[in-house]
Design a protein around this ligand. Structure first.
Ligand code: ZN
Length: 458
């Protein structure tokens, strides 16, 4: 098994600390200093990273470790991370979010988990493979992108459309977030590996009323209709659509849990009985929300985009933006139909709904050689750990990489103690990475790549 020396691990920690100290909050992003820092580290090891993007301040980086010239036998593997982070309010943090403080066995900072930690992990593995002369039978590409947290337009989406060559053209696999971390449940350690993510339907809902002078009474006010819509949508329970990835994930965890979970899971994974059973089966609200999210479409009002113009004029139109997420197999039109049912406006008489942006769910098979390798390596790295294929309710850069024909796996190996709630730190306060789990992750990632594509005793 691959082992880091203490000096190598110290270098990995310093790299992560360096990245955490560069504020790449998106918006505005301003990722260039972080991208250039990564480029400088790679150049110091003799690599030739390339920086490219649509905006000078918000570029992307890609760097290739070529396959052994005489033993090449497969398409490239990409290790991808995004270097932008979501905002952090320092007043709510124990340690400043952009100081990279080491305390209590953890490195603290916005991005420690999502996902500068994987940037440092991938970079470390990438550099050490070359330093130790460990050749692979295919190209390995390290990609660090911008703009994931705001939709990936300038990052992976730009790369896939304008410079797919930097990603090896037709990579076979992309290793990205979100998966590979320990989930403690029912006395067991699970490692979900992401093979699917939900789709997206960003919508604008406009309510119509009759405009007029606001000194006169009326019930037909666009703002009042909009308020009614917001209330209905916020409490809506849309129908369930149970996909294969959801079955594999929830069923896979239940299969290794207690008798009750094993007995209930077929009923939970049934669109008729599931909605009633869910509150009984999962008492803990945050867990219940995350399970429910992968079993149906969701829609949340998030922005008021247009209201009235003047205090003494009843508006004729009022709009909000809705963040809709699609279960696998569902389209924006399917979600709009469900929303119209909730609004009791099947014909669209009172409300119009416009699609601002949409992309369907991406689903990959867990029955791939790389997934099997991950399972095999994990069985040695954590013999009690259980690997399950998972689906996440959000989206990642994998949505774009899928267009290159790549199988994308969310595998950012991280061993976490039971008291550290990974989900709560994703975009949450006091984001931090336990250093021993980080070290375990670097070694596990290296093991996976070497077992999958390494040239034995080259
Ligand atoms: Zn992320």
């Amino acid at each position: 098994m691959f082992q880091l020396t203490d000096a190598e691990f110290a270098e990995a920690v310093a790299a992560l600390q360096g990245l955490l100290r560069i504020d790449t909050t998106n918006p505005p992003g301003h990722e260039r200093p972080a991208i250039e820092q990564v480029a400088a580290w790679l150049k110091a090891d003799g690599f030739e990273p390339e920086i490219a993007g649509a905006e000078p301040d918000r570029p992307n980086l890609a760097c290739r470790l070529p396959a052994d010239a005489t033993r090449r036998s497969g398409r490239p593997i990409v290790l991808s991370c995004h270097l932008d982070v979501v905002p952090a309010d320092p007043a709510r943090w124990t340690h400043p979010p952009f100081a990279g403080i080491e305390a209590d066995g953890c490195l603290w900072g916005r991005g420690a988990i999502d996902m500068k930690g994987f940037a440092a992990m991938g970079l470390t593995v990438f550099r050490l493979l070359r330093r130790r002369g460990l050749a692979l039978n295919r190209d390995l590409i390290f990609a660090a992108v911008s703009d994931e947290e705001a939709g990936a337009t300038l990052g992976s989406e730009w790369l896939v459309h304008h410079r797919p060559d930097l990603l090896g053209g037709d990579p076979e696999y992309v290793i990205n977030e979100v998966g590979g971390f320990t989930v403690h449940r029912a006395g067991q350690r699970f490692y979900p590996v992401q093979v699917a993510e939900k789709g997206l339907a960003w919508l604008r809902l406009t309510a119509r009323g009759t405009p007029g002078h606001s000194s006169l009474p009326t019930a037909d006010n666009a703002l009042a209709h909009l308020a009614d819509a917001i209330g209905r949508l916020a409490s809506a329970r849309l129908p369930w659509h149970i996909s294969q990835p959801a079955r594999d994930f929830i069923g896979g965890m239940a299969a290794h849990s207690g008798w009750l979970a094993r007995t209930l899971s077929p009923l939970l994974l049934n669109s008729l009985t599931g909605p009633t059973l869910l509150p009984l089966a999962i008492a803990e609200p945050s867990r219940r929300r995350s399970v429910e999210a992968v079993l149906r479409n969701t829609v949340n009002p998030t922005l008021i985009s247009h209201g009235g113009e003047k205090i003494n004029v009843i508006p004729g139109l009022a709009s909000i933006d809705l963040d809709g997420r699609l279960a696998p197999g569902q389209t924006a039109d399917d979600l709009i139909r469900e929303i119209r049912t909730v609004l009791r406006d099947p014909e669209g008489r009172r409300y119009s709904i416009e699609v601002l942006r949409t992309s369907e769910a991406v689903v990959f098979s867990p029955d791939t050689p790389l997934f099997h390798t991950i399972r095999d390596v994990m069985s040695r790295r954590d013999p009690q750990g259980i690997v399950v294929p998972s689906i996440v309710p959000g989206f990642t850069d994998s949505k774009n990489y899928a267009r290159l024909g790549a199988t994308c796996l969310g595998f950012y190996p991280l061993r976490l103690p039971p008291d550290l709630d990974f989900a709560a730190m994703f975009h949450g306060d006091d984001e931090r990475i336990p250093l021993d789990g980080f070290r375990w992750g670097i070694e596990t990632l290296a093991d996976c790549l070497l077992q999958f594509a390494g040239i034995a005793s080259a």
